[in-house]
Ligand binder design. Structure first.
Ligand SMILES: O=P(O)(O)OC[C@H]1O[C@](O)(COP(=O)(O)O)[C@@H](O)[C@@H]1O
Ligand SMILES: [Mg+2]
Ligand SMILES: [Mg+2]
Length: 319
């Protein structure tokens, strides 16, 4: 079976980009090893700080952020880094060719219950003669040259696109490599499952309430079929399920906090997942536009997210 290095070497991925992906995925293996140790490694619990978005950081948010930041800063091909857990961009090597944005640990609230978490990353090509500044990083998601995530579940999996479809790799701890296990994944067009945090229902728009009400009415409602609901509380887990067996994931606009356009972050969560979904034949939108077309205004910008099987995303948008 082919491993990640073979797959990248036989693709049109430039060697410099391969080096960024290798450093990223090697660091994710180290994060996976740390997670496996759990309480034994003293890495669970709160870090005692807040990130720039006012969220309390867990120790593992900080540890995984530092691991990725240190490894990627030392990679000559990396020009700058942006992270959900860093206030500002971190310039790395002026002669580097790539920007990498990441959510070092997605699904932080799952850490202490030993449930699914992941690392999400998004890579852009951007060169310049002087150290990178934040404005250089404000590139629409359609310009991504690679995106993916590593899911720390019962097995550790890498899901990757370099713009030539989506491949899934399973980490083989005996050989310490990611092995290609699911080639050219396509999102099923059949939607049986939806994922949305129903506890926010009263804050949604009327249109979103109507759409979800129609799903919940099942075979007695206008959709004339039954749906099931799933919520992993880690976007990485919900998106993985959609890539594996279809469905729709929604973190909609709501009026809970008018200063926020949504909960999820454009650069660390929405853009990389949108690229994966589109490369797998699915769709990813806000309530008003294609996510990959959004011109970012700030690195920590938030957006509404509706992604999954193309037909179902269209159906949702029709409301
Ligand atoms: O608290 P909620 O509404 O269940 O939110 C869950 C969502 O928040 C997130 O956990 C945010 O990610 P972080 O853990 O990186 O902050 C998403 O992964 C997930 O979809
Ligand atoms: Mg996240
Ligand atoms: Mg996070």
């Amino acid at each position: 079976m082919q491993n990640l290095t073979d797959v990248l070497a036989s693709s049109s991925t430039p060697e410099t980009l391969q080096s960024v992906l290798t450093v990223t995925t090697d660091t994710c293996i180290a994060i996976s090893d740390a997670l496996k140790q759990g309480s034994l490694a003293g890495i669970l619990g709160m870090a005692g700080n807040e990130n720039v978005q006012g969220e309390e950081q867990k120790k593992l948010d900080v540890i995984s952020n530092d691991m990725l930041k240190d490894a990627l800063s030392a990679c000559p091909a990396v020009r700058a880094i942006a992270s959900e857990e860093e206030d500002y961009i971190v310039p790395a090597n002026t002669s580097g060719e790539y920007f990498i944005a990441f959510d070092p640990l997605d699904g932080s609230s799952n850490i202490d219950i030993n449930a699914m978490v992941g690392t999400i990353f998004s890579i852009y090509r951007q060169t310049g003669d002087s150290p990178a500044v934040e404005e250089d990083f404000l590139i629409p998601g359609k310009e991504q040259v690679a995106a993916g995530y590593v899911l720390y579940g019962p097995s550790t999996m890498l899901v990757l696109t370099t713009g030539e479809g989506v491949n899934m790799f399973t980490y083989d701890p005996t050989k310490k490599v990611f092995t290609l296990t699911h080639e050219q994944v396509k999102v099923s067009q059949e939607t049986q499952e939806f994922a949305i945090n129903m506890s926010n229902q009263r804050f949604w728009s009327d249109n979103m309430q109507n759409y979800v009400n129609d799903l919940v009415q099942g075979s007695e409602g206008p959709r004339e079929k039954n749906f099931n609901m799933r919520w992993v509380a880690a976007m990485v887990g919900d998106v993985h399920r959609i890539l594996c067996r279809g469905g729709i994931f929604i973190y909609p606009w709501d009026n809970k906090d008018p200063s926020k356009a949504g909960k999820l972050r454009l650069m660390y969560e929405a853009n990389p997942m949108a690229m994966l979904l589109e490369q797998a034949g699915g769709k990813a939108h806000t309530h008003t536009q294609r996510i990959l077309d959004i011109q970012p205004e700030a690195i920590h910008q938030r957006v509404a997210v509706i992604l999954g099987a193309a037909n179902e995303v269209d159906k949702c948008l029709s409301y």
